[in-house]
Design a binder for this molecule. Structure first.
Ligand code: NAP
Length: 543
């Protein structure tokens, strides 16, 4: 066990600090680093027993990043950037967790956190201008600033399928995977869900299990990751050019070392378009995230071309045409659900030990002791995996029990959907800052790029407050309303609303259908945030 992974041997005892940070993943670690640099006292709370956030919890087989490794990391330390060497283009979960543990150890960050500790309430005391944070263990700490670094996809959603607790075997959710691992050898395993997590896990589980049954509700587009080891010369070159690469990412659309193709798909002749799509397919990676071409997200005709290209690839890959047709998405535009990258996902359905159950043809009736009963039959299983996703963006915040001015609950304020200014703050909750909150680009690209920008911006706002003697920062109602409208307008111009995705909260029964992230691009968002700061934090009431 590495030092960063353990329960803190010397838990901090301060009960009154400048800032409280919730979460010890990419965001929380960096927040603590910055606060310490600024000379602010701080406490951190983390539900897990160690650092890592997403990479602490998501230990399912095949878990790994879809971002290119050399940009899926911090930029705040040149030495760290030069010293750390990634093994492959898309590193697996254990390696990313090792990286975060290394960062925590190298910069002595873990000691700021109390681990195994869930925040159960966070109340703003108006008279004292303090946030009072309470934990499940009964500890109470107060602070001027409350920084949530709880991640966007950290609130696991296990669907309420009738009979779920009747299942005789063990069941798991991909986002809360047992640390000791799960041995599928010789077992009949069921996986429910074919999003990014399912698509990563399915090929690996299929290789180990006696039999794998995949329960698919909505077929997903997926493109090959083309993961590969990084050769030493390539690593050297990347490290030599890392400054330029990072600068490009900071101002790019999705925070990755590539952007859209330079031409609209519809402006290319069919031959050249096909060649470019084929090149993108062979290269693999997130270039596909928004469909690759600028018009893919806006024009159904352009989108159809890319969608049809991928459909053909699925037909070519999956040997049984009936299975292929079930796997092919036909009723939403490509890339309007987060496009997974895969390592042999479609090929997995050519295995003799894999069965695809199309839940649109034969829906689940209930889970029974022996397995999953659909309208057709009972699929007998020894183990069940829920790859059923998360209550994205709002879920992790709403479970903190946040109450703002006048005791107003965040869940009441957000009953019709989240309302934020820049995705970083919300009116009525002074000095509460949300790293990669709803209304910021967050999940629409490379998370560490988003996180560093947000943490830096929040810390600069705090520094500004201290410099000008402001005790409170809170968005104005107008600024928040116009930001919210802007976020929704941008999304409405795209094809995104056509898909029932977690971007819109559509995966959680009863969740308001509101587009959650800001889709105007990382670079544009960064520019807007900088302009707000240059204008003395326009849109914030500083008091
Ligand atoms: P997800 O994309 O929300 O996928 C959940 C899957 O479960 C969907 O196929 C969904 O079907 C299905 N499902 C949900 N409830 C169901 C029910 N009651 N019955 C049957 N099927 C049900 O979740 P995820 O795969 O965990 O991924 C979430 C996000 O996390 C990703 O989009 C990505 O941003 C991130 N992630 C990233 C990586 C990576 O970088 N490599 C890996 C994993 C996750 P419907 O489509 O019909 O709702």
């Amino acid at each position: 066990m590495s030092p960063a992974q353990n329960s803190n041997p010397h838990p901090p005892v301060d009960v009154d600090v400048d800032a409280i940070v919730v979460g010890a993943g990419f965001a929380g670690l960096y927040a603590v680093y910055r606060l310490r640099e600024m000379g602010l006292s701080h406490r951190g709370f983390e539900q897990g027993s160690g650092v890592g956030g997403t990479w602490y919890w998501n230990r399912y087989p095949g878990a790994g990043s879809d971002s290119e490794s050399w940009v899926y990391s911090y930029t705040f330390s040149e030495e760290l950037e030069q010293d750390w060497t990634w093994s492959s283009r898309f590193p697996p979960q254990p390696e990313i967790l090792r990286y975060l543990e290394h960062v925590a150890e190298r910069f002595d960050l873990a000691r700021a956190f109390t681990f195994d500790t869930r925040v159960t309430a966070a109340r703003y005391d108006e008279t004292r201008n303090r946030w009072e944070v309470e934990t499940a263990s009964g500890e109470k700490v107060t602070a001027t600033w409350l920084i949530t670094a709880v991640g966007c996809l950290s609130s696991a959603a296990v669907p309420d399928i009738p009979g779920r607790d009747d299942f005789a075997g063990p069941w798991y959710h991909t986002g809360e995977w047992p640390h000791q691992g799960v041995d599928f050898t010789g077992k009949r395993v069921g996986v429910i869900g074919t999003g990014s997590s399912g698509i990563q896990a399915i090929p690996v589980i299929a290789r180990q299990a006696a039999h794998l049954t995949v329960f698919q509700r909505t077929p997903n587009f997926s493109v090959p990751a083309r993961n590969r080891a990084l050769a030493p010369q390539e690593v050297d070159e990347l490290k030599r050019n890392i400054k330029e690469i990072r600068e490009f990412c900071r101002w790019s659309t999705i925070g990755q070392p590539y952007d859209f193709q330079d031409r609209n798909a519809l402006d290319l002749d069919p031959g050249e378009l096909r060649e470019r799509l084929e090149a993108m397919w062979q290269k693999g990676g997130f270039e596909w995230m928004f469909g690759g071409f600028p018009d893919m997200l806006y024009d159904e005709r352009a989108n159809d071309i890319a969608a049809e290209f991928v459909r053909e690839k699925i037909r070519e890959t999956v040997k049984d045409p009936a299975v292929a047709e079930k796997l092919i998405p036909k009723d939403y535009p490509i890339a309007t659900k987060r496009l997974p990258l895969d390592n042999g996902y479609f090929e997995t359905y050519n295995r003799d030990n894999v069965t695809l159950v199309d839940l649109r043809e034969t829906p689940i009736e209930r889970i029974v002791g022996a397995g999953v009963r659909t309208t057709e039959k009972t699929h007998e299983l020894d183990m069940l995996v829920f790859a059923t996703g998360f209550d994205a963006l709002t879920g992790p915040l709403l479970r903190l029990g946040i109450r703002g001015r006048g005791g107003r609950k965040l869940e009441d304020k957000w009953a019709e959907g989240p309302r934020t200014y820049l995705g970083v703050a919300t009116e009525g909750f002074p000095n509460l800052f949300m790293v990669t909150g709803p209304g910021s680009p967050s999940v629409l690209g490379n998370m560490p790029t988003s996180i560093e920008q947000h943490v830096d911006w929040i810390c600069e706002l705090i520094a500004h407050m201290r410099a000008c003697g402001a005790a409170r920062a809170e968005p104005t109602t107008d600024a928040e309303a116009s930001w919210g409208a802007h976020v929704q307008e941008l999304a409405a111009e795209t094809l995104f609303p056509q898909a029932d995705s977690w971007y819109l909260g559509a995966n959680i029964p009863g969740k308001p259908r509101v587009f959650l992230p800001y889709i105007g691009g990382f670079g544009t968002y960064r520019k807007l945030c900088n302009e707000v700061a240059e204008k003395g934090y326009e849109g914030f009431a500083l008091g």
